[in-house]
Design a protein around this ligand. Structure first.
Ligand code: RB5
Length: 152
């Protein structure tokens, strides 16, 4: 598994924490920035990760900002991206099992580092259950196609 990782300034510390976690777990990842707490625009970072996952260069993406909201909204504009904003482990598991979320978004100003680490571990360890959920995810893809956007 290869993870694309990024944040804006508001999620920088959380992104650094997650990079540490991925490193400790031996999970391959690329850090696309931000590389400091200097202000940057969250859609720019969300786009880099969403495109990397959309193209298939990375299996999944993790995005952080102050709330997780901005990066999740931006990432979900990219075809094939199902970004889930999760601040609890129940949602993180369901995001994979039910929604096949390929991007996880979190907010540094919302949760602590310990919970964030558990959310990442839960999300990385959970798999899509397919079955009835596949039909529903296919309907999400159909919405993209209806509006003339490619998807994978
Ligand atoms: C930056 O101040 C903040 O707006 C951003 O990190 C994020 O919370 C946006 O959704």
């Amino acid at each position: 598994m290869k993870i694309a990782l990024a944040s804006d300034h508001g999620g920088f510390k959380l992104k650094e924490e997650i990079a540490g976690l991925l490193g400790e777990a031996g999970i391959k990842y690329e850090d696309f920035g931000a590389f400091s707490e200097e202000a940057v625009d969250y859609p720019d970072l969300a786009l880099v990760v969403a495109e990397a996952v959309c193209k298939g260069d990375f299996d999944r993406g993790i995005l952080c900002c102050g709330t997780g909201i901005g990066v999740s909204i931006a990432a979900n504009k990219v075809p094939g991206i199902r970004a889930a904003l999760c601040h609890d482990t129940f949602s993180a598991r369901a995001a994979r099992e039910h929604n096949c979320a390929n991007v996880l978004a979190m907010g540094q100003r919302v949760i602590g580092m310990g919970l964030a680490r558990d959310i990442v571990s839960t999300w990385l360890g959970a798999e899509f259950l397919s079955g009835r959920h596949a039909r529903r995810v296919e309907k999400i893809t159909a919405i993209e196609q209806k509006y003339n956007r490619c998807s994978r």
